[in-house]
Design a protein around this ligand. Structure first.
Ligand code: CO
Length: 164
C-alpha cells in the first residue's frame, strides 16, 4: 500500500465531475487500499478520489476511526430527510471549518469493490460525511454551500493564508 498525495484548494481538479467506475479489478482494489491508507495517515474520516487527483466516483469513509473502511463506488443519495446544521472541514482545505446545512438522514446506494450493489441508511456524522464525500465526486466543496457573505469571509481567510 502507498500513501497518495493530497490535492488542495484551489486545485481545479477539485471542481471537476468524476466518471463512473466500470472495472472492478485488482487496480481498483489497490487504489481503494491506498485511498484508505491516505485517509488514515491524514487523520480524516473520509476521502474522495478527486482529492488525490483521480476523477473516479470512489470514496472511503470511516467516521468511527476503528479501521473498518466503508468503500463507496458510484454512490448516490436516493433519499433525504430533514435538515441540520453542523461544523465541517475538509482535508483539501486545511485549517478552515464552518457550519454547513445538510440533510439530516439519507439513504445511500452504492457498489462495493466487486461491483455488487448495496444500500444503507445514515444519520449523524455518517450522513454528513457521505454527503460531503459524494459532493466531491460532483466537483462540489463544502465551502460551495456557504452563503455569499460567508464565502467572502472564506476568500478573505484564504488570501491571508497564502500571503503568510
Ligand atoms: Co472534503
Amino acid at each position: 500500500m502507498a500513501k497518495l498525495s493530497l490535492r488542495f484548494y484551489p486545485d481545479p481538479i477539485l471542481k471537476q465531475t468524476s466518471s463512473e467506475v466500470m472495472k472492478f479489478d485488482k487496480e481498483l482494489h489497490h487504489f481503494l487500499d491506498d485511498l484508505a491508507e491516505t485517509m488514515y495517515a491524514e487523520e480524516g474520516i473520509g476521502l474522495a478520489a478527486p482529492q488525490v487527483g483521480v476523477l473516479s466516483k470512489i470514496t472511503v469513509i470511516d467516521t468511527e476511526q476503528n479501521g473498518k473502511v466503508l468503500e463507496l463506488i458510484n454512490p448516490q443519495i436516493i433519499d433525504r430527510k430533514g435538515k441540520i446544521n453542523s461544523d465541517e472541514g475538509c482535508l483539501s482545505i486545511p485549517g478552515y471549518r464552518d457550519i454547513i446545512k445538510r440533510a439530516e438522514q439519507i439513504k445511500v446506494s452504492a457498489l462495493n469493490r466487486f461491483g455488487e450493489p448495496f444500500e444503507f441508511d445514515a444519520d449523524e456524522l455518517l450522513s454528513r460525511c457521505c454527503q460531503h464525500e459524494i459532493d466531491h465526486l460532483e466537483g462540489v466543496l463544502f465551502i460551495d454551500h456557504l452563503s455569499r457573505l460567508k464565502k467572502q469571509f472564506f476568500q478573505d481567510w484564504f488570501k491571508k493564508q497564502t500571503k503568510e
